[in-house]
Write a new protein. Structure first.
Length: 439
């Protein structure tokens, strides 16, 4: 018999109905919850300490907290950082203090803890320090950046991973067989449907179950049988939502992947990471700015045209925008990936910066000071200055660095690309100056 639409069980989304109730039902995270693994031991022995669950959406952070709630002898309080403020936090803390007087522990679960500001996170700190509460936070963002250092130092961080393809397929099969899911119905799916959904879900259990539910709800129903067509399957998984947060850690992971692929002279990988960012909605001008930086940081004088091409790509992005500018960025990215590499300009500046920051009081040599007043001339500003254009070689032996740094060299050219030519020229200049040092 077909289930009624007004059945309270079917009124909930499939992902909610199939939420694991025990560790045995939980899918994934075997590195933490497998036999004799650390988090499983802590849960089973009810020895939970303050902790942070860090992982992408749909991997079981909230579910784990609820399983802990079902097994612990402590009071369990759950609230969301999206809807709770400092007043709610203080109310919860007062309740925890009251519980402690009667010898009862309190576990406070905070979903999306990264959404709390510093003041809100600070409100937890004294109670975590005193042991009034055991804090469990869940976050999709790197807690190193999003959780206060003092609070983070008092929590163990457990990293939850995206579910594997096989784990997602097993989860989907269980949803088809379990009475909480579609076990009371006969569901006919096209061949390899579960594999297709698992690939589409990208490690997200909630997304996988929601997609399966969408397929069933859009299938042809007759009594207690639902038939899903290949066309319906194609429609439901045609538009994948890319895992990307333009302000979160993945933003920096992907731009890092692009930069390092170009540095490694891998144009295929570079174009892939470029597409990942642009198709997920990244600002092309942000990517273009990073490409311009790369042109000097990692190519430099090994191919001076690299900077020209990068700047031109930035201008093209500014003029015509997405999606037309994708090809201009691709041209720049491929060119930079294939260009000879040199980080000599980057290392020259970084080395000079260290000296500049540690020797800020070094005076500019008088010989290269600007004598704009009579007093300055009387003090020797510009005295002995040698105008290079007045010499046949366009070179002088004038010292331009402070005395304490006069023998320091910052720019060390490589033998890559055109920089080999500049290296040869620089060697000639340095030798000439050495030969005429006292001339």
């Amino acid at each position: 018999m077909q289930q009624s639409l007004f059945d309270p069980n079917t009124a909930q989304p499939l992902a909610a109905r199939m939420r694991p109730r025990t560790l045995e039902e939980f899918a994934g995270q075997t590195h933490l919850l497998g036999p004799d693994k650390i988090l499983r031991r802590l849960i089973e022995s009810d020895r939970i300490s303050s902790m942070i669950f860090w992982g992408p959406p749909g991997v079981g952070k909230t579910t784990l907290a609820q399983i802990i709630a079902g097994r612990t002898r402590a009071a369990f309080i759950e609230f969301s950082a999206v809807t709770s403020g400092i007043r709610e936090i203080r109310t919860v803390m007062q309740q925890a203090q009251e519980n402690r007087r009667y010898g009862e522990k309190t576990i406070v679960f905070v979903d999306e803890i990264h959404r709390f500001n510093k003041a809100q996170q600070d409100a937890f700190l004294p109670f975590v320090e005193k042991g009034s509460i055991i804090l469990i936070g869940a976050t999709t963002e790197n807690p190193s950046f999003e959780v206060n250092g003092a609070l983070l130092s008092r929590c163990r961080v457990f990293v939850l991973k995206p579910l594997s393809h096989d784990e997602l397929c097993a989860l989907l099969r269980r949803a088809l067989e379990d009475p909480r899911g579609f076990g009371a119905q006969k569901i006919h799916l096209p061949e390899n449907t579960l594999e297709a959904i698992a690939g589409f879900a990208n490690g997200d259990a909630r997304a996988a179950l929601s997609t399966l539910e969408m397929l069933v709800l859009n299938g042809d129903a007759h009594d207690d049988t639902v038939t899903v067509s290949a066309q319906t399957l194609e429609q439901c998984i045609s538009q994948k939502s890319l895992l990307y947060d333009k302000r979160g850690e993945e933003h920096y992971n992907l731009i890092s992947a692009l930069h390092k692929s170009m540095r490694n002279s891998d144009p295929d990988a570079a174009v892939y990471w470029l597409a990942r960012m642009l198709e997920a909605g990244e600002d092309p001008l942000y990517v273009a700015r990073r490409v311009v930086r790369f042109a000097s940081e990692d190519v430099g004088l090994a191919d001076p045209r690299a900077l020209e091409i990068a700047v031109a790509a930035h201008q093209a992005c500014h003029m015509i925008g997405m999606p037309e500018c994708t090809v201009h960025l691709t041209q720049a990215v491929v060119y930079l990936a294939l260009a000879p590499k040199s980080n000599a300009l980057y290392t020259a500046y970084e080395t000079a910066k260290k000296d500049a920051l540690t020797q800020l009081a070094e005076p500019v040599p008088l010989v290269i000071r600007n004598a704009v007043t009579d007093l300055m001339q009387e003090l020797g500003y510009g005295k002995g200055y040698q105008y290079a254009h007045d010499t046949a070689q366009k070179l002088t032996n004038m010292q331009c660095l402070p005395d304490s740094l006069k023998d320091r060299t910052y720019y060390q050219p490589t033998d890559q690309g055109l920089e080999a030519r500049y290296a040869q020229r620089l060697a000639q200049i340095r030798q000439w100056k050495k030969d005429h040092e006292h001339g």
